[in-house]
Design a protein around this ligand. Structure first.
Ligand SMILES: *Cc1c(COP(=O)(O)O)cnc(C)c1O
Length: 418
C-alpha cells in the first residue's frame, strides 16, 4: 500500500509521477514527496503505533515507499533522554539529547536516509547504488547495499578521517577517493549520474532519501510523550535534516499527534564551513558558497543543496544559528562525554558548542525545553582528539608502582577494601 501521491515541485507546485525526478523541468526547483494524508490518517494512529517494532519503519505511512520496507529494518528508534548533568553545566532547566550516535547499524543518522533510499531504489528497479559523501553516508550506503546485495560506488573527498574510510571499505564497495572538496565530489557525481543508470542516493533519488530524516523528528515527538520541544539545535551539512525535522513536526501537528509547541529551530555549523549560519545571521535568503576548512568534516559542505530551505525553516520558526571553532568543537565533545557518557563525533561537538553559545547569548531561554541533536559517533573521528587525550598514568604491574605513581591522588582515600 502506498500513501505517496507523487512528487511535487517545492517552488511552482507542479506534480510529477513517483519516479526518478529530482528537479522541476519547468522552474528548476527541487521536488519533494507528496502524500495522501487522509489515507494516512486511517491507519497511522497512536494505538496502531503502540504495537509496532521500535525502528524508523514504525512511521511507514509517512515514508516514500510503495511496498514493505526491505532495507535497514533495524535502523532508528535511537535513545532519547533527559540530560541532567549537561543541563547543570549549561545552566538550563529542561535539556534532552536525541542520540543517533548509537543503535544504528553504522552509528550515524545517515542510516535513516539510506534505509529509505535503498528500499525505494530497489522498488524503482536499480541494481547499483552510489553516493557523494562526507563520510557517514559512505559508511551507511556501503553497509546497507552490501546486505541488500546491490552494487555500490562510493565517492568521497580523499582527505577523510581514517575511521570513516575503514568503516566504508570493510563492506567492499568500489570506493573512489576524489582529490578535491565534497563540493567537487558532488559536482562530479552529478555528471557521472547523468551517464550511468545508478541510484545516487543524495542526487537523483534525493526526494525519497531526504524523507528518511523526518523519522528523527517523529521519534523526538513520540519519545517526549507526543510533544515537541520549544527549542531544538540541529547540525547542518547540506541542510536537509533541519528542513525534514521541521516537516516532521508540521505533519504530526496536521495529523493531530502533537500540539503546536511553536518549536524554534537552530542551525549549527563549524565556523570553518558555515554557509547556512551566515545566511541566517544575515537574515538573507541567498546562500553564498564557502571553501570548507574545519575538523568537522562530516558537515563540510560549502555549497549546501538545501541551504535555502534550511534558512527558510529556521527563520520562519523564529530560531537562529551559531557556529563553533575547532577548539570549541573539541571542548564540547569532551563536555558531552564527561557529563552524559556520550562519545560523539566532531559534528556533535559542533551542535553542543553552538547550543552553548545560543544559551549564553540569551537566544535560547534557560527555562524552556531544549533538544540537542547528536548525529554521529566519536569512534569515527578520533584524529582531532589524539593530541589532547593521552595516557597520563603508566605503571609496572605491582601495587608499589601503582601507589607511588598515583601518590597524591590516593592520599586521604580510605584503604580498607569493601
Ligand atoms: C550528514 C550529517 C549531518 C547533516 O545532514 P544534512 O541533512 O546534510 O544537513 C549531520 N550530522 C552528521 C554526523 C552527518 O553525517
Amino acid at each position: 500500500m502506498s500513501y505517496m501521491r507523487g512528487l511535487k515541485c517545492r517552488e511552482c507546485g507542479r506534480l510529477y509521477p513517483k519516479e526518478v525526478v529530482f528537479v522541476c523541468e519547468y522552474c528548476f526547483g527541487s521536488v519533494e514527496v507528496d502524500y495522501d494524508y487522509d489515507a494516512i490518517r486511517r491507519t497511522f494512529t497512536k494505538a496502531s503505533l503502540a504495537t509496532r517494532p521500535p525502528s524508523l519503519w514504525r512511521y511507514r505511512e509517512l515514508l516514500p515507499i510503495e511496498g514493505e520496507p526491505t532495507v535497514g529494518l533495524t535502523s532508528g528508534f535511537t535513545p532519547f533522554f533527559r540530560a541532567h548533568r549537561l543541563a547543570e553545566a549549561l545552566g538550563v532547566k529542561e535539556l534532552y539529547i536525541k542520540d543517533d550516535s548509537v543503535s544504528h547499524p553504522t552509528l550515524s543518522f545517515k542510516d535513516r536516509v539510506v534505509s529509505v533510499a535503498l528500499t525505494r531504489a530497489k522498488e524503482l528497479g536499480f541494481d547499483t547504488v552510489a553516493c557523494a559523501s562526507t563520510g557517514n553516508l559512505a559508511n551507511s550506503v556501503s553497509a546497507h547495499a552490501a546486505k541488500a546485495g546491490l552494487q555500490r560506488f562510493i565517492f568521497i573527498p580523499a582527505d577523510l578521517e581514517m575511521g570513516k574510510i575503514i568503516a566504508s571499505l570493510i563492506y567492499k564497495p568500489t570506493l573512489v577517493a576524489v582529490e578535491g572538496t565534497y563540493d567537487d565530489v558532488n559536482r562530479l557525481c552529478a555528471e557521472i549520474g547523468s551517464k550511468y543508470p545508478w541510484a545516487f542516493v543524495n542526487i537523483n533519488i534525493r526526494p525519497y532519501y531526504a524523507e528518511g530524516s523526518k523519522t528523527y523528528g517523529y521519534e523526538i515527538a513520540e519519545q517526549m510523550g507526543w510533544r515537541a520541544p520549544q527549542h531544538i539545535v540541529i547540525p547542518a551539512a547540506g541542510g536537509s535534516l533541519i528542513t525534514k525535522i521541521n516537516k516532521a513536526f508540521k505533519e504530526l501537528k496536521q495529523l493531530g499527534f502533537i500540539q503546536d509547541a511553536g518549536t524554534k529551530l537552530y542551525c549549527a555549523q563549524a565556523t570553518g564551513c558555515a554557509p547556512i549560519v551566515n545566511t541566517i545571521q544575515a537574515q538573507s535568503d541567498i546562500v553564498k558558497p564557502v571553501k570548507p576548512n574545519t575538523i568537522a568534516k562530516s558537515l563540510a559542505i560549502g555549497n549546501p543543496a538545501d541551504g535555502y530551505y534550511a534558512t527558510k525553516a529556521v527563520l520562519g520558526s523564529g530560531g537562529w544559528a551559531e557556529s563553533a571553532s575547532d577548539e570549541e568543537i573539541i571542548e564540547a565533545m569532551k563536555l558531552l562525554a564527561e557529563t552524559e557518557g556520550v562519545f560523539t563525533e566532531t559534528a556533535g561537538g559542533v551542535t553542543l558548542a553552538a547550543a552553548k553559545k545560543l544559551i549564553e547569548s540569551g537566544r535560547i531561554p534557560r527555562e524552556e525545553s531544549l533538544v540537542i541533536c547528536i548525529t554521529g559517533n566519536g569512534l569515527k573521528t578520533q584524529e582531532p582528539l589524539l593530541a589532547q587525550l593521552k595516557i597520563k598514568t603508566r605503571i609496572k604491574p605491582t601495587l608499589a608502582s601503582f601507589e607511588s605513581t598515583l601518590g597524591e591522588q590516593l592520599a586521604g582515600l580510605a584503604t580498607r577494601a569493601r
